[in-house]
Design a protein around this ligand. Structure first.
Ligand code: ADP
Ligand code: MG
Length: 627
């Protein structure tokens, strides 16, 4: 047996880092700006604790393109490096100076906002550059150093005459990466990744309009001047204390985040924890449309003010990905795969913290101003209902603010609803029957019929509502939901004393048979009932269960593993209605058939089921009647 040590040589690793370290080449700029920011924040920290005896001043980071020479410069006024430090921090791949700094100053620098972590960021420069130079001057008395590397593991290090403190990184852009010499590209990247970084970043100039001099004529153009163009907002709202911000500041920040978004957010939630994990951020409830797929990926994830991604899947509970805003946490391990992320303990805590904060905020909004909350309900209900459906913790809390509106814009909480219905809306088994409509227009006649009987009808029209009802029924045994056009007439509210049948059993049977014969192959279950004589003569209903299953199949991606559900309708015939009596007593078979056909078609029409050829036929037949 022999033992040994695997020899990993830099020659092998270097090209690997270059090629595969980051799938996205464009992040090199984010990494270099992060390093420049770190260098500046380190200096800030060292001056603040008296370890660096220099003036901190108002340092900036400058990004410059030299198109001619195909070079990109990133220049900072941070703490710089001596030649020895370059050897230590740059030449040693995977040694992080940022981590070393945090370790060394762990008592004081915890909240300094230092970004670096793995000691790999700098090398991402080689993804776009064939040669990289570092010219750097330490804040100490050490002379400046000049490091050059052409992408092989060989480098040169010599003295330089740079006088001002700080570091200049020069990228000699490779031929296949020349897009990074375009002003528009660099500005796009800076705005994407660095828009809220803590040190001002200057890129190019912008034209500023000056006030007109005294005595200038109306038509004279205002004078202008070129000023340095600062790309970023170093103090974004989420880094401030909620107490220092007004509603207008939150709205202003929303526009900064989403310049193309013209609608105001409905409200915001400021997140701010530092134990047991660090997290800050602001979430906004936008106005939502019913198309859920359009809503996602609007929350931006930052680490120490550096943009990381707008895919927060796994970090934010699914139902909240419909919100907008930012989350900033140095504690989210982003170097791991998304599926692993979901199992990560810290991430789980973050996710449940966010859920709780959102629930608390909703509760206080509801308690503070119920009227306003009701007015916003239609725009926020999808998120809330989705949350109730997917997160049990949220479901528990939602009783305090989830609303159940009626078709007449009355809003009940869950408790109020049960209270309101318990008198008048229980079935023969004592179960509470909650009637609802999903479409005020399409179900108009059914809604009216239910209201005539004095029942409350809810308007539950979001796309996932059938799933939610299912869940509510499961956790509340004594409650049933029934859509107004469901077959509730049979199994639900049937305690009308006056609904004594005017027809004998024999007459009912005759009637049923002639209707079934006329309907022929159409699959309706015909039921003759003793309804109020004012109610419709013919009503089509659909078993609640079947319809809901079908809906859930459509919105739940076949989660129930069923094939296509068959259509199943009841034709309820009101035996107490005059017209029905007339049909029963009609002697000529032809006329009887015509009356039945016409009536059934009217019932279908009222449920939106009359289409195509049947509709054409119905219209022709109706004209004949009119004549
Ligand atoms: P990390 O940022 O994770 O520590 P990097 O590979 O990005 O790793 O950088 C390695 C080290 O090089 C940094 O930790 C820092 O010590 C040093 N460094 C890089 N860029 C600069 C800079 N602009 N000014 C001063 N030091 C720098
Ligand atoms: Mg770094």
């Amino acid at each position: 047996m022999s033992k040994g040590k695997i020899n990993v040589s830099v020659e092998n690793i270097f090209p690997l880092i270059k090629k595969f370290l980051y799938s996205d080449h464009e992040i090199f700029l984010r990494e270099l700006i992060s390093n420049a920011t770190d260098a500046t924040l380190k200096l800030k920290h060292l001056t603040s604790i008296g370890e660096a005896k220099v003036e901190y001043g108002t340092p900036e980071i400058h990004v410059k393109i030299d198109k001619e020479a195909k070079k990109l410069h990133i220049i900072d006024q941070g703490l710089g490096m001596s030649a020895d430090e370059v050897k230590k921090y740059i030449n040693e791949v995977a040694f992080s100076g940022a981590e070393e700094f945090l370790e060394k100053h762990k008592d004081t620098a915890k909240d300094s906002g230092i970004i670096g972590h793995f000691g790999l960021g700098f090398y991402s420069a080689f993804m776009v550059a064939h040669t990289v130079e570092i010219i750097t001057k330490s804040y100490t008395d050490e002379p400046a150093a000049h490091w050059t590397c052409d992408g092989s593991p060989n480098f040169t290090l010599e003295a330089a005459d740079k006088q001002e403190r700080g570091t200049e990184i020069i990228l000699h852009i490779a031929e296949d990466s020349e897009e990074f010499l375009e002003e528009s590209k660099i500005s796009e990247l800076l705005l994407k990744y660095n828009k809220f970084m803590p040190i001002p970043i200057v890129f190019g100039t912008k034209t500023e309009t000056l006030p007109k001099p005294e005595g200038a004529k109306e038509e004279d153009p205002a004078p202008t001047k070129e000023v340095p163009n600062i790309i970023n907002n170093p103090e974004p709202a989420w880094t401030k204390q909620p107490a220092d911000l007004e509603t207008a500041d939150y709205q202003q920040f929303y526009r900064e985040l989403y310049p193309m978004q013209f609608e105001e957010p409905l409200f915001h939630i400021h997140l701010n924890v530092d134990y047991p994990f660090n997290l800050t951020g602001i979430l906004y409830f936008p106005k939502l449309s019913n198309d859920l797929s359009l809503q996602k990926d609007r929350i931006q994830l930052y680490q120490n003010q550096v943009f990381v991604t707008d895919n927060v899947e796994g970090i934010v509970p699914e139902f909240l990905t419909m919100l907008k805003g930012v989350i900033d946490s140095p504690d989210i391990p982003l170097n791991v795969s998304r599926s692993y992320l979901q199992a990560d303990g810290a991430v789980k805590k973050i996710s449940s913290y966010i859920t709780r904060k959102v629930a608390d905020k909703l509760k206080s909004l509801f308690n503070e101003n119920r009227e306003d909350f009701e007015a916003k309900w239609n725009d926020i209900k999808v998120v809330i209902e989705y949350g109730m459906l997917s997160e049990d913790k949220f479901m528990e809390k939602a009783d305090a603010f989830a609303l159940y509106p009626t078709v007449d814009n009355k809003y009940f909480t869950w408790n109020e609803l049960q209270e309101a219905l318990k008198e008048n809306q229980t079935d023969k088994d004592g179960k509470l029957v909650i009637l609802y409509a999903s479409d005020k227009e399409a179900q108009h006649s059914y809604i009216n019929a239910a209201k005539d009987k004095g029942y409350e009808v809810l308007l539950l029209d979001s796309p996932i509502v059938s799933h939610l009802l299912q869940k509510l029924e499961t956790s509340n045994e004594n409650i049933t939901f029934a859509r107004v056009d469901a077959d509730h007439l049979d199994n639900l509210i049937k305690k009308d004393e006056d609904s004594i049948s005017k027809l004998s059993d024999e007459e009912k049977e005759t009637l049923k048979t002639s209707i079934e014969e006329t309907l022929g192959t159409q699959t309706y279950t015909v039921k003759v009932e003793a309804l109020d004589s004012n109610a419709s003569p013919f009503i089509i209903t659909e078993p609640e269960f079947m319809r809901r299953m079908k809906e859930m199949q459509q919105t739940g991606g076949g989660m129930f593993g069923m094939g296509n559900m068959p259509e199943m309708y009841n034709l309820v015939v009101n035996g107490n209605h005059e017209l029905v009596a007339e049909i029963l007593n009609t002697k000529t078979a032809k006329k009887k058939e015509r009356l039945i056909k016409q009536s059934v078609d009217l019932a279908k029409l009222s449920k939106g089921l009359l289409k195509g050829e049947a509709l054409t036929e119905f219209i022709e037949r109706s004209y004949k009647f009119v004549k």
